[in-house]
Ligand binder design. Structure first.
Ligand code: BGC
Length: 739
């Protein structure tokens, strides 16, 4: 009865305020409704909102009925099942508070897009936003209204398998992608039944795990935390991300899931954010393993008071940390009720924002009648897949292949593979929806081209019995395309590696094929930068295709045949060896800057400092020339802005896209600064012979850094501005900031 009253008054107020300024009024209504519900909740029901159960069995159903579970981490059991479970919450629990159903929708839900590291290689945020919107629609159609994405952990260590889930090594680029992913998932208005709540994870500095070993400790300065690891989270917060997930790692001696400094001081007080913090999978429970809490009660106290609102895996044999301990802690007077109420408000607000009190059920008919057209979804997936591909090497323009080529040998364990191309975290993706490379090539090659396929070997075992066939086929064909790389389990969570070479069996296959003397193209499919020195030295054409999802085969084929001119740029440096790790462009200059002639400078005896392929790097079938870099003012006051311009000309024969990158260096500062920092980019499209003048507006915030007191400042002095097509080959000019 009470609930009906709440619902009715909500409706009346809602329809009234629609005519006026919706967002402010809506917020007020939420607040009134939340207070009304809160006043009726028992302590147990309040704690119930913090319990996230995994899947639903009889036991969990009973928890829902008793109001002891607030959200469900869910598999793909379909919208009818979601509605059935939701009905238990809405109609059978005392207060009828709806559940939120969550799933990891990372790079697509049913339609699978390229992995996030590949998405970042596209340097096309708008396209990624559209793809996330599609993922959101598909997830919502299944009843999933909450995704645990985007992962925005900066990763400068490719040994860490989760590097595939994020946007690479750079805080600026990652911040841009963090914002569009959030916007794509959440849309303009979360009450829209086709949008889902986003969750930026893993807060924070998880990507800096020592030795690249997953779940390992992190020890970094507050400066590094603020300059490198926090910005993408801040970007998500500025874009109203609904939730944030606390990480597994220990951060400077305080586990991230019990870290008051990051979870409350920064997130709540500095950033003034009022969303929901959810733990990672039992990460509050793991405070015991960290040796940070002596029992679950203490873990619950530490996690909750630091700022973790929801306990993922909150009521199973594994977890069971918040329930029943929070209730006891309140009753013992250790946690004030106001703190519980504050967190309940956050959770209820998220449910209101999602429109769940109004419309708790999946509108199955709506989704059936308004389903996005498959053609549309596939075309976005294809475009993004094409733009994610990075051309690493193309000696003597061996690519693109001529469509009239007589015969192609297609070799390698990933050439006719569907499952691995989905990669880790493929949500509800299905292997049968993946176009293999073999199929993709057949789809667009000319009628007179013979495509001969041999697997050659498996991805990672010792069986070499397929070599012979592969070599025979290679000998008979005009060109060999080798599709090699990792399987889907070799990157992602719990997939750290000490050796980043291709599995031996594949390296040997490549060498055998190479020794036939035929022209060879290597296409790599992998979730992290690999060490590919031999390939890079010997194979004339090398393509980094990452894991591209459903449209992988069509995208690779279009690039190989030149129907699409590759434009992807690396969001992460490729090391020459694991000994160079961590490796990233954003280095300090040191007191002994690298000098080849001088032994006593910062360098290795056995390797150059430089990566094999740098951040921002990627070739095209055409060439771009950068000329006339210039600033419109050579001196500015701190609060002024100026424009830097450069003329970019397509000097080759193909039309093509180029990612024009802007880097800035503060030459002398009161705190040492990186040699360069990405501060902007534009993706432009040029016809052969065409020149475009690219302008960047340089503003105060692009010149500021965290001074000694860790507050933003701009210091007078010389700034270098660099523009180019990667982080190494850059045109440079400078200007001065005056007081
Ligand atoms: C991962 C998270 C993920 C969660 C739920 C954890 O193991 O670290 O990234 O969101 O599982 O699937």
């Amino acid at each position: 009865m009470q609930l009906k009253f709440i619902k009715l008054s909500f409706l009346v107020l809602f329809s009234f305020t629609l005519q006026f300024s919706f967002p402010i009024k809506a917020q007020e209504i939420y607040d009134q409704q939340i207070e009304a519900i809160l006043s009726k909740m028992t302590l147990e029901e309040k704690v119930g909102q913090f319990v996230q159960i995994v899947g639903v069995d009889d036991y969990n159903e009973e928890l829902i009925r008793m109001g002891k579970a607030g959200s469900v981490l869910f598999g793909n059991d379909g919208p009818e099942e979601v509605n059935r479970i939701q009905q238990i919450a809405v109609e059978e629990s005392r207060l009828g508070i709806p559940l939120i159903f969550a799933t990891d929708v990372i790079h697509g839900c049913q339609t699978i897009f390229p992995i996030p590291l590949a998405e970042a290689s596209s340097w096309n945020p708008e396209l990624v936003k559209i793809a996330s919107g599609i993922a959101s629609f598909e997830a919502a159609s299944q009843g999933i209204r909450w995704t645990f994405a985007p992962m925005v952990d900066i990763a400068r260590d490719p040994r860490w398998g989760r590097i595939m889930e994020g946007f690479g090594e750079d805080p600026y680029l990652s911040s841009i992608f963090a914002s569009v992913k959030v916007k794509g998932f959440q849309g303009e208005d979360l009450t829209d039944k086709t949008q889902i709540a986003a969750c930026s994870k893993h807060y924070v500095a998880y990507g800096s795990a020592e030795g690249g070993r997953d779940y390992n400790s992190v020890d970094i300065s507050e400066r590094t935390l603020r300059e490198v690891y926090l910005p993408p989270f801040h970007s998500a917060v500025k874009n109203n991300v609904a939730s944030i997930m606390s990480a597994f790692n220990d951060l400077n001696g305080v586990p991230a899931s019990a870290n008051y400094f990051t979870l409350t001081e920064i997130l709540r007080k500095e950033w003034n954010w009022d969303g929901v913090v959810v733990s990672d999978w039992n990460s509050v429970g793991e405070l015991l393993n960290h040796g940070f809490a002596k029992n679950k009660e203490e873990a619950a106290f530490l996690g909750f008071t630091a700022g973790v609102n929801i306990d993922m895996v909150g009521d199973t044999i594994v977890g069971n940390v918040y329930s029943p301990n929070l209730k006891n802690l309140v009753e013992q007077g250790k946690i004030p009720l106001e703190k519980i109420d504050y967190a309940v408000r956050n959770v209820l607000k998220m449910k209101f924002k999602l429109g769940l009190f109004e419309n708790p059920y999946v509108d199955i008919k709506f989704f059936e009648q308004n389903d996005l057209k498959k053609n549309y979804k596939d075309s976005i997936a294809l475009q993004l897949a094409k733009e994610s591909i990075v051309l690493l090497k193309n000696e003597n323009n061996i690519l693109p292949l001529n469509k009239n080529i007589k015969s192609i040998a297609l070799i390698g364990p990933l050439a006719d593979n569907q499952e691995d191309l989905l990669a880790s975290w493929a949500a509800f993706g299905k292997e049968e929806n993946v176009t293999t490379i073999l199929q993709g090539l057949k789809n667009i090659s000319g009628d007179d081209t013979d495509i001969n396929y041999a697997k050659g070997c498996n991805i990672n075992d010792e069986d070499t019995s397929g070599y012979e066939d592969a070599v025979e086929i290679a000998k008979l064909c005009d060109v060999v395309i080798l599709i090699v790389g990792e399987d889907r389990e070799m990157s992602g969570e719990a997939a750290s590696k000490t050796n980043l070479d291709l599995p031996k069996v594949q390296e040997e296959l490549i060498k055998r094929i190479y020794s036939t003397g035929k022209p060879v193209v290597v296409v790599l499919m992998n979730g992290r930068p690999l060490t590919i020195n031999w390939i890079s030295e010997n194979i004339p054409a090398v393509v980094e295709a990452w894991f591209l999802g459903d449209q992988a085969g069509n995208a690779v084929a279009e690039v190989l045949f030149g129907d699409y001119n590759p434009s992807g740029k690396l969001p992460v440096s490729f090391p020459r060896s694991t000994g160079q790790i961590p490796i990233y462009y954003y280095q300090k200059s040191t007191g002994r800057q690298y000098n080849e002639e001088d032994k006593f400078t910062s360098k290795y005896l056995d390797s150059p400092n430089s990566p094999l392929y740098p951040f921002g790097y990627g070739l095209s079938y055409t060439s771009f020339n950068y000329k006339n870099i210039r600033v419109d003012r050579t001196k500015i006051y701190k609060t002024d802005s100026l424009t830097v311009s450069i003329d970019v000309t397509n000097t080759g024969k193909f039309k093509g896209e180029e990612v024009v990158q802007l880097y800035i260096q503060d030459e002398v500062a009161s705190v040492t600064r990186p040699v360069k920092q990405l501060k902007g980019f534009q993706k432009i499209n040029l016809k052969p012979g065409e020149t475009i003048t690219v302008n960047f507006n340089i503003t105060h915030d692009m010149l500021s850094f965290l001074g000694k007191e860790l507050t933003e400042i701009v210091e007078p002095g010389k700034f270098n501005v660099m523009i180019g097509g990667n982080s190494v080959h850059l045109s440079i000019t400078s200007f001065e900031v005056i007081e």
